[in-house]
Design a protein around this ligand. Sequence first.
Ligand SMILES: [Fe+2]
Ligand SMILES: [Fe+2]
Length: 279
Amino acid sequence: MSDLTKTPRELDIEVRRPHFDLSSDLKEDWFDGSAFKTAFENGFSLLFPIGEKAFIESVRNFENDVSDPKLLKEIKAFYGQEAAHRKVHQQYNETLCQMRGYDLELLTKPQVERHRNRYSQLSPFQRLAATVAAEHLTAILADDLMKNKDHFADQGKSIAKLWYWHALEESEHKAVAFDVYMHVGGTLEGRRKALIFATFFILKDTFRSMFIMLKKDGQLWKIRTWIDGISFLFLKPGILRRILIPWMKFFSKDFHPWDLNNMDSIDYWKKQIPQESTS
Ligand SMILES: [Fe+2]
Ligand SMILES: [Fe+2]
């Protein structure tokens, strides 16, 4: 094992270019017919194009400080995977807004403004810490999704395949930004603070988008919407409840993303996701 990277040697971080035809799924409540679950997942998707651009740039700022060939190879794969995610989620978000009459500019406004006015003022270290923190959140959500093969009632939908594809790749590259951060002397305090901020803003933006979309659909004040929502977030499956312990582990001094070895899930999903190229 390299000194700098704990990503398993047998794991080759692969850049895939799958194609997803999303128009028929996105025009309806694709997630088990639930307005809440659909809006929550769609709200999460809205964050990726801007977020993942920032992730790539924050690591690129430190690329010249890395000479370890294994970590450098992983960095390149990280760029490739995140660039593909950005592109696919941009198409997802545009198609969603077109199909359901949402205003994409309104939905992404707080994130756009925060990146322009506040994020851009952060130091390169703080931006890298923000990436490390956001990557922890995506990695634990991805691991949870990959373990639950019946998360979406209809696994055959293109949209379900998209989320599993993204989850697989988030798991594959989950330690890349972290290993760069440790290598360049990132502090424990810096990454702990970053996780608090990243969690707050990701949840805030996702819920804001969800409220706007549910209101537009006339679903916001329906009791059914919130029964579904509370169950989804806290009870069954209870995604926020289930990620609480993994989330907290990040605060440990000795934490590393590969403390949670999920190679079994990675091997399983590698065989399931579509491989066809968009080009
Ligand atoms: Fe991603
Ligand atoms: Fe990522």
